[in-house]
Write a protein that binds this ligand. Sequence first.
Ligand code: SF4
Ligand code: SF4
Length: 364
Amino acid sequence: MSAPDPPLAVLAELTHRCPLQCPYCSNPVDLERASSELDTATWCRVLDEAAEMGVLQVHFSGGEPTVRKDLEELVRHATRGGLYSNLITAGVLLDEARIEALAAAGLEHVQLSFQDSEAANANRIGGFRGGHQKKHQVARWVRKAGLPLTVNAVVHRQNLDHLEDIIEMAVALDAERLEVAHVQYYGWALKNRAAFLPTRAQLDAATAVVAAARERLKGTLVIDYVVPDYYARWPKACMGGWGRHFLNITPAGKVLPCHAAESIPSLRFDTVAERPLAEIWAQSEAFQRFRGTDWMPELCHSCARREIDWGGCRCQAFALTGDAANTDPACQLSSLHEGVYALAEREAGAPPPAFTYRRIGGAA
Ligand code: SF4
Ligand code: SF4
């Protein structure tokens, strides 16, 4: 196989610590502790390695990246290296001075997550009192600092009825983009799946709301929309194909082809302490395993869509079939597709169970 083009973007998960406890968090159930996090000097070296290999963007994420006191330093370092930097945050730890400092360090964009448009439900879902009100304030400070804002809204059966209000909230916050993302079932979200899966009718109603809002808000707000795979006909081209455009670095420095890849127990991941980033991208076993089309089962390998969706999502294939090398059962050609659809309808039709909140060392 020829050497891959460099990745476009790196997701730098600076920490798994987070003051919120969203039960749909895509972080792994075994969260890494503060003591295992990479230090500032190592992150700076890794950012240099990313820039050298041709990466264009770094997304500072977590957990909650603002718990790291060195965030400004890392943003400054990324900027000096020519990287575009984006902050993905729950916002509740930020104040105005820190946002201004981040902007001065070269931060170019903020993605701020909201759990709902309605305060009590938002705070219940996030498990953080007063969080929703604080996020409104943070959004105003972000815009005042001249930074473009994307509102991230994860939607599911326990907030979908408010979708119209969530869209209006994003407009009122002067966001230029809104990401309406149905829960994707990895990590904690997989554990809490029955509490979140909408019915097919709820999904269709939400899709119609998004379509109408896109039309109405043309030129004001761009709306990205991510649907739940369980009701899809074709799988998503997860990460644009395994090891093709993105890499993810965990708080402890493991380099992953996607943020959920650790859920596949057969994979072994190199760390930035062991090998240079470019070498890991090109050669590491975990990146090679599902890169391209050679690994595909016959159903995908002989399919005209194999370089459109790259066989779907490996983590989902593992979660739903027990084998990461299977066709993603979100695909209607998979023999398991009907079963997944039926499972979704069954779980969505029953009363939602209580949340298992995301906590370090707290998985039930
Ligand atoms: S999804 Fe919630 S718990 Fe997970 S990192 Fe984001 S804000 Fe924190
Ligand atoms: S069979 Fe494989 S390649 Fe074809 S559409 Fe389904 S997941 Fe994609």
